[in-house]
Design a protein around this ligand. Structure first.
Ligand SMILES: Nc1ncnc2c1ncn2[C@@H]1O[C@H](COP(=O)(O)OP(=O)(O)O)[C@@H](O)[C@H]1O
Ligand SMILES: [Mg+2]
Length: 463
């Protein structure tokens, strides 16, 4: 049994119902992942908090500050399972902070959902207790304010020590070499974690934020069962990029048969291979109507599979390109990597600042622009510019027709760069001459093109 979607209404920034489809695990790496991306304050953590509310056996209370006035100060969190049966938490008839369950017996049971907020900290000196996964999930409270230490985590630390081999095996997938760690008793009767990095010792208070955060994440994974649901807010917190990559791979492996929801600002946690396998990306954005969620449909997922097989252009979907999901908006699509470099040079020579970011190292040829523009469109990007060579006018017209809200333009030359004649090809006279200087007779037209991009991308431009 799996979660198909969750719908949040009236919690924090969510005014109307906002539905997020979940990745369904099918045995393939990453298939059970749901990755929530979007700018700051777009509601990512709120979705994680909504899942946390579903992990409480008794209906939670929501303070006034957590409720959205535009939604009548009423909260509704619905979850639908693979048998199309829904259960929900909703504000009671009388209103106020109190909620009630509707159909509480439906799958998933609260104990199946394990949620980690961002800012994962615990009291470094703690009392003795031992909590199983289920006991911990039901024991830790929903903090009324964000960023507090996670209570009862010490119970999990004693559990980690009891299952040390299993825990270290998973931690060692990300952190190598593994530090030696153990629980120690202080003279005042409290306990602490002691870490030993090749003779350099410190207690839990001295542990780096990244290490502590990783302990929480590995704890959420290592004793989970297939079918369980794990949500992690900002898994990348305080982690070095190479650890982020290893952690992302570890999480993707667990997502073969578990559902894992991540809210992230890190491109390491989005991989197109996982998306093609079934993972879902949800991009949350704030619009005048409130917070909105955008997700890719099968139409583009199929076309992405084709791009993934393009061995000559692995960067089309590479890390630089994935960075685009973490931008606010204003994306400039160009044909290839030379274009990215040369248009930057031209803008510099014309002393015009372009208020947008180039998509990775280009889209890998004019023919791919429709796929990338389509992906951006489905993910709710409002302002996208495409610059094509003069000899791709027909493609430019088709793009303008398919994406009327976006702006596609051809440059006045057949290429950006000039190229010498080779046997099978006539010479190409590009915008830039052989020394990389913009040819004088293109200055006026390129200024015009860049100015028009600017007026489209600037926030006050009318569309
Ligand atoms: N009671 C409330 N009513 C309306 N909007 C709220 C309320 N509480 C928080 N918000 C808004 O909800 C959003 C919270 O988003 P959050 O989930 O923290 O975003 P993210 O994790 O994406 O940064 C913010 O835009 C904030 O302005
Ligand atoms: Mg957040």
């Amino acid at each position: 049994m799996h979660v198909k979607w969750i719908e949040v209404t009236g919690l924090r920034g969510f005014t109307g119902p906002c539905r997020i489809q979940f990745g369904i695990p099918n045995g393939e790496t990453g298939s059970g992942l749901t990755v929530i991306v979007g700018p700051n304050n777009a509601g990512k953590s709120t979705v994680i908090e909504a899942l946390r509310a579903l992990s409480k056996p008794s209906p939670p209370s929501f303070s006034e500050g957590q409720r959205n006035v535009k939604a009548g100060s009423r909260v509704e969190i619905r979850v639908c399972n693979s048998e199309d049966i829904t259960k929900e938490i909703r504000t009671t008839e009388a209103g106020g902070s109190e909620t009630e369950w509707v159909n509480p017996g439906a799958w998933p049971p609260p104990s199946q959902i394990f949620v980690l907020p961002s800012r994962r900290t615990f009291q470094p000196f703690f009392g003795k207790s031992l909590l199983t996964r289920e006991q911990f999930v039901t024991a830790y409270g929903l903090p009324p304010v964000r960023g507090q230490p996670i209570d009862h985590f010490s119970g999990r630390i004693f559990q980690m020590q009891a299952n040390r081999d299993a825990f270290d095996r998973v931690l060692g997938r990300v952190l190598r070499p593994l530090p030696d760690w153990r629980i120690e008793l202080a003279d005042n009767g409290t306990y602490y974690l002691k870490f030993d990095f090749w003779g350099q010792c410190h207690n839990s208070d001295g542990a780096g934020d990244g290490l502590v955060s990783l302990l929480f994440i590995v704890d959420a994974l290592y004793d989970s069962q297939p079918g369980s649901i794990i949500a992690i807010d900002e898994p990348e917190l305080s982690l070095h990029p190479s650890l982020q990559r290893k952690l992302a791979d570890l999480i993707a492996e667990y997502a073969k048969d578990r559902q894992i929801v991540l809210a992230t600002h890190s491109p390491y946690f989005v991989d197109w291979a996982w998306v093609v396998a079934g993972a879902r990306i949800a991009r949350l954005v704030r619009e005048s109507s409130g917070l909105v969620s955008y997700q890719l449909t099968d139409k583009y997922l199929k076309r992405i599979e084709g791009l993934r097989r393009n061995l000559n252009n692995p960067h089309i979907l590479g890390l630089d390109a994935r960075g685009v999901f973490f931008l606010e908006d204003n994306v400039i699509l160009v044909e290839g990597q030379e274009d990215v470099i040369c248009y930057r040079q031209i803008a510099q020579q014309l002393q015009i600042d372009l208020p947008g970011e180039f998509y990775g190292w280009g889209v890998g040829g004019a023919h791919n622009m429709r796929i990338i523009a389509g992906v951006l469109n489905e993910l709710g990007f409002k302002k996208v510019v495409g610059l094509l060579d003069n000899n791709h006018r027909a493609e430019c017209d088709l793009l303008s027709e398919e994406f009327p809200g976006y702006r596609f333009m051809t440059i006045p030359a057949d290429d950006v760069r000039s190229k010498p004649e080779i046997k099978a090809r006539d010479p190409v006279y590009g915008l830039l001459d052989e020394d990389g200087t913009l040819r004088d007779h293109y200055r006026a037209q390129m200024t015009e093109i860049f100015r028009s991009i600017n007026s489209y991308l600037s926030p006050d431009a009318t569309r």
